[in-house]
Design a protein around this ligand. Structure first.
Ligand code: RB5
Length: 145
């Protein structure tokens, strides 16, 4: 497992918290920025992380902005990326089992760090179940071509 993580300024503090969680769980990661609360554009971060995951350089990506909405919309424009915006543990589990998502998005201004930690741990630990869900994910991929 190798995780690419990134945020805009609106998600910077939560990104730092999630980096602590990854270190505690001995999960290797690379931080694609941003590195302060100075204003940046979330599509630029989504592009860096999304392209690195889509290229197969990283197993999964985690993206954080203020709401999680803009950065997930941007990530989903990249071919091969299935990004899910999750603010509850059930969705985090189901989106791995059914959608094989390779990017998790969250909003720092929406949830607290405790819930965000549980969402990340669940999302990273849950496997795709395949079967009929694999057929459906393949149909998502067909929409890209
Ligand atoms: C930045 O102010 C904010 O718009 C951004 O972090 C995000 O919430 C966009 O969807």
């Amino acid at each position: 497992m190798l995780v690419a993580i990134g945020s805009d300024h609106g998600g910077f503090l939560l990104k730092e918290e999630i980096k602590k969680l990854l270190a505690e769980e001995n999960i290797a990661f690379e931080d694609f920025g941003t590195h302060s609360i100075a204003s940046v554009d979330y599509p630029d971060i989504a592009k860096k992380v999304g392209e690195a995951v889509a290229a197969g350089q990283y197993t999964r990506g985690i993206l954080i902005c203020g709401t999680g909405i803009g950065i997930s919309i941007a990530a989903n424009k990249i071919k091969g990326i299935r990004a899910a915006l999750c603010h509850d543990v059930f969705s985090a589990k189901m989106t791995r089992e059914h959608n094989d998502t390779n990017v998790l998005a969250m909003g720092e201004r929406v949830i607290g760090p405790g819930l965000a930690r549980m969402i990340v741990s669940t999302w990273l630990a849950t496997d795709f179940v395949g079967g009929r869900h694999g057929d459906r994910v393949a149909k998502i991929s067909q929409l890209e071509s």
